[in-house]
Ligand binder design. Structure first.
Ligand SMILES: Cc1ncc(COP(=O)(O)O)c(C=O)c1O
Length: 436
């Protein structure tokens, strides 16, 4: 049985990247909860996505926030990915992973002056004192004089792109309202009503150069329509302003969805092919096409392993208590996201019961939903579960709430474990809380 990246072997053992997850969960170096990543599969996602561009000039700027683990960012960089970063720390990480400044874009609505300085000063000064990253994404009119001031102070010219808000209604997107970002109420992007003000400032800026126009309409899109509508808004503006500004690229953002178990009819490269076709139709296909995928490169290729602590059966209700909680995987509590949960070792003879899976965190929202699972009697071999498709926005959002440790991370390549990041120690949390 194939569960995307994860495979159920004929002996009932769940495997990832060719390795038994039972063995990994019981490996003394690892322990649970632990995130396990198939890095090879992430790299082949990047290759497949890049194939959607054919020979067109492009940048796949991996959204580092989805999963910022060094081995993953480095592996994607080796596949030719750049980075989309949303903080100075992520920018530093991308540079340390060998991504060159010209392949980095910096998004986000409240970049600090220190973060702008970092983006402006990255890389060699180049021609005309430019240097810096590929583009700081301008998300409001008010941000332009701030970037201008920082660039002037450092004697450089900052490249920027205009992140527009394409005003795509939440209802027109096939995604959760919490991850829709291109509607009128969203804090993101320059609204249409402010566009002329932004352009007027940019045209007179001496230390800011507009090189791109982009948008990011939302995440976990499982149809291309919303993305194409957003790209049309971007390309329309690019076409209208390119005589005034020396544009180098248009940027459709990220948001390509994955199959969380209910199917996903489109592949990430389908979004790219649709955007390329629209570029040709609107005669802006001489501009490079940037995209900012996070989830689709890494999401399906990570699992969270957890130990069964005990079951609770009362009044015909069943709960399974596991040692992973909402602090380890926040998506269900944050976005009502549903992840499949399966035993690491499946016995054909075991009957299945509707069971609510919960963690140890002292919150009612520490709840991973109801799943068909075998009974977990003491002494049975149902000892661990895997929570599937957690490679994106999993560990990246983990916290130490309730004094819990951060989960372990295990990286697989070529059918072997290449790195184990051990769980943080409980004592570290105590020391940190008591520091003078
Ligand atoms: C500006 C921007 N780019 C890219 C992404 C990545 O989105 P995804 O992981 O859905 O591809 C996000 C996510 O919210 C974003 O805000």
């Amino acid at each position: 049985m194939v569960l995307q990246s994860v495979v159920r072997r004929s002996d009932g053992v769940l495997a990832l990247g060719g390795l038994s997850l039972v063995d990994i969960a019981r490996d003394a170096r690892v322990g649970t909860p632990a995130y396990i990543y198939d890095v090879d599969a992430m790299m082949s996602e990047a290759r497949e996505l890049k194939s959607g561009f054919d020979d067109a000039s492009h940048l796949v700027a991996y959204a580092v926030k989805a999963n910022s683990a060094g081995p993953i960012v480095k592996a994607l960089a080796a596949e030719g990915c750049g980075a989309d970063v949303v903080s100075g720390a992520e920018l530093r990480l991308a540079l340390r992973c060998g991504i060159s400044p010209e392949c980095i874009v910096f998004s986000g609505v409240a970049k600090g002056d220190d973060e702008l300085d970092l983006a402006i000063m990255a890389g060699a000064a180049g021609d005309g004192g430019r240097g810096g990253i590929a583009a700081i994404q301008v998300e409001s009119v008010e941000e332009i004089p701030r970037i201008e001031a920082r660039a002037a102070a450092s004697g450089r010219v900052a490249r920027v792109s205009l992140r527009i808000n394409p005003a795509i209604d939440i209802g027109d997107l096939d995604t959760h309202s919490y991850i829709a970002t291109g509607h009128d109420e969203a804090k993101f992007g320059v609204p249409r009503t402010s566009l002329e003000d932004a352009l007027a400032l940019l045209v007179s800026s001496r230390h800011v150069r507009l090189v791109g126009v982009g948008a990011h309409v939302g995440s976990q899109l499982t149809a291309v329509d919303g993305y194409v509508a957003s790209a049309r808004a971007v390309f329309t503006i690019a076409r209208a302003i390119r005589a005034r500004f020396p544009l180098a690229f248009v940027d459709g953002g990220g948001g390509f969805g994955i199959d969380y178990g209910d199917g996903c009819p489109v592949r990430p490269a389908d979004f790219i092919r649709a955007a390329r076709a629209l570029q040709r139709e609107m005669t802006v296909d001489d501009l490079a096409l940037f995209c900012e995928p996070g989830r689709c490169l890494v999401g399906a290729h990570g699992v969270l392993l957890a130990k069964v602590v005990q079951q609770k059966v009362a009044s015909a209700r069943r709960w399974l208590m596991i040692d992973a909680g909402m602090n380890d995987l926040m998506r269900p509590a944050l976005y009502q996201a549903r992840h499949r949960i399966v035993p690491l070792l499946a016995r054909a003879e075991a009957g299945l019961h509707a069971t609510r899976v919960v963690g140890p965190v002292c919150e009612s929202s520490d709840d991973f939903g109801v799943h068909d699972l075998p009974p977990a009697e003491p002494g049975s071999d149902f000892r661990e579960v895997a929570i599937l498709d957690v490679g994106a926005y999993g560990f990246a959002m983990a916290s130490r709430y309730n004094g819990r440790a951060l989960p372990a991370e295990v990286f697989l390549r070529g059918g072997a474990i290449i790195k184990v990041n051990a769980r943080s120690a409980a004592e570290d949390w105590v020391t940190d809380r008591l520091r003078d």
